[in-house]
Design a protein around this ligand. Structure first.
Ligand SMILES: C[S@@+](CC[C@H](N)C(=O)[O-])C[C@H]1O[C@@H](n2cnc3c(N)ncnc32)[C@H](O)[C@@H]1O
Length: 321
């Protein structure tokens, strides 16, 4: 058959084709291939065609692979850019990625509402906002519970910060803390307790009195804790820092000290990270006991208006500037 094909293209019968030897060779080759193809079974021919197609499309596939790779790279870059913009907009996001939820419960007891003037209720409101914000960005956040919510405080929250209803990782209760937490789990934190807290028990709920009273209701939380027959303790301030004012701290400072202790694992670092400079805290020598009576006589209570925690050196010097 192949020879027959060649014979058809003879110099006498077709002068144009006769002069084109390349075309003749090509024709020969094609003819051979087609002869070969014809001698193959149908299945083999199909296979051969598939192989041929595969070969022909090799470059196309290579190009497609390259395009897909390029697309993925662009997508990754876009995602990273978006993430970076998000972090630039809200740097706290980065911190929230490595968060270990602590099982410690911190309760702010707001049952003293009627004992406060509106001005002080507003201060308490700000202190609770600050506790919430600090807990949200803490590496070891606590289970935050606000109990006995109502009265002037709730009114202030509804008026000044409607968004509180959407706050996350916090539980608002209208009930008293003794109806929310089992009695044996409760420890009331109060500076008037003779007991000193040495470490935190992960199974306990520590209660902070939601009160801004400029010491007008001295000892009120201690009395309440005794009445209810629940455990109580003061923070170990005297063992670690020498203060030039009394040891009565604002709600958010107590809250932040607990968070800092969970993060740092020691009280001294926790106190020095949180305590405001105007409390005049100075680190004690490891064996140094401070003059407690002298401290008791000094000015009490602290309103906590600072927006950022002060930066203090371990010797009390201001390092914030
Ligand atoms: C401004 S104080 C209120 C003082 C109030 N006169 C009282 O009797 O508790 C706010 C709350 O922070 C907590 N607190 C303040 N200083 C503390 C300390 N040194 N040790 C433990 N808790 C403290 C207490 O729960 C307290 O009720």
């Amino acid at each position: 058959m192949a020879n027959e094909n060649v014979n058809i293209v003879s110099p006498c019968e077709n002068k144009e084709q006769a002069g084109d030897s390349e075309s003749t060779v090509e024709t020969n080759k094609n003819s051979e291939e087609s002869t070969e193809t014809q001698s193959l079974s149908k299945r083999q021919r199909k296979k051969l065609l598939r192989q041929k197609k595969w070969e022909e499309e090799r470059e196309l596939r290579k190009q497609k692979r390259k395009d897909r790779k390029q697309q993925r790279r662009l997508q990754r870059q876009n995602n990273q850019d978006e993430e970076r913009t998000e972090i630039d907009r809200n740097p706290r996001k980065r911190l929230r990625k490595v968060v270990t939820l602590s099982s410690v419960r911190l309760v702010v007891d707001c049952s003293f509402d009627s004992l406060m003037h509106l001005k002080d209720v507003r201060k308490l409101h700000k202190q609770i906002q600050r506790c919430y914000a600090t807990n949200r960005r803490a590496p070891f956040p606590v289970q935050f519970i606000v109990t006995s919510l109502g009265g002037q405080l709730k009114q202030s929250m509804d008026e000044k910060d409607k968004g509180w209803v959407n706050w996350k990782d916090i539980s608002f209760k209208t009930e008293h803390y003794s109806e929310v937490v089992a009695k044996e789990d409760l420890v009331y934190l109060t500076s008037d307790s003779p007991n000193v807290l040495t470490e935190l028990d992960q199974n306990k709920a520590y209660v902070i009195g939601g009160l801004v009273d400029h010491n007008h209701h001295k000892g009120i939380t201690f009395e309440k804790a005794k009445e209810l027959g629940i455990a109580h303790a003061q923070l170990p301030l005297s063992s670690f820092v020498k203060m030039n004012s009394r040891k009565v701290l604002a709600v958010n400072h107590v809250f932040e000290i607990i968070l800092a202790y969970l993060e740092k694992g020691n009280w001294q670092d926790a106190f020095f990270t949180v305590l405001p400079q105007r409390k005049g805290a100075v680190a004690l020598d490891q064996d140094g006991a401070q003059d407690q009576e002298e401290e008791e006589e000094q000015e009490s209570d602290f309103d906590s208006d600072e927006q950022a925690p002060p930066q203090m050196g371990k010797n009390g010097e201001d390092t914030s500037s």
